[in-house]
Design a protein around this ligand. Structure first.
Ligand code: IDP
Ligand code: MG
Length: 144
């Protein structure tokens, strides 16, 4: 069996609002396996790689402000179709309209800021998952 991996971030709003455990609980309860976890601080350099497809968007500066507003948690989960499964648990990007029952639908809202504060990042394909894992776990892996 070729088990897939996903990189998730509990974004600074999730950590600040004490929702780290709740987000991890939902992913673990679904049945996916936690492979690694760490706290981290985003930098503009890391974010430019992490969100490389968004750097030219007009709202990109608001993403940098949001993602550098406090500590975050990075975690790797594994399992068959884990990317599809975790993105389904996360819900739609816009927290106002994300479906009830999803992480974003249940735990996030529009606070009137320029940024879309939606608690969780979840990789969208295996290639990006491996790229993001290398980005957020590079130092940890080097220490092992
Ligand atoms: P995703 O997180 O659901 O995959 P993406 O389109 O990949 O959504 O966008 C990445 C992140 O950038 C979003 O989670 C959100 O925090 C932020 N974002 C997306 N669109 C906007 C926008 O129009 N204004 C401000 N921030 C945005
Ligand atoms: Mg995305």
């Amino acid at each position: 069996m070729n088990s897939e991996r996903i990189l998730i971030l509990i974004k600074p709003d999730g950590v600040r609002r004490n929702l780290t455990g709740e987000v991890l609980r939902r992913i673990e309860a679904k049945g996916y396996t936690l492979e690694n976890i760490r706290m981290a601080e985003a930098t503009p350099q890391i974010l430019a790689e992490h969100y490389s497809e968004l750097v030219d968007k007009s709202f990109y500066p608001s993403i940098v402000d949001y993602m550098t507003s406090g500590p975050l948690v990075a975690a790797i989960f594994t399992g068959q179709r884990v990317i599809e499964g975790v993105r389904s648990l996360a819900g739609a990007t816009d927290p106002t309209t994300a479906a009830p029952g999803t992480i974003r639908g249940d735990l996030a809202r529009d606070w009137g800021s320029d940024s879309v504060e939606n608690i969780i990042h979840a990789s969208d394909c295996p290639e990006n998952a491996e790229k993001e894992i290398a980005l957020w776990f590079a130092k940890v892996q080097a220490q092992r």
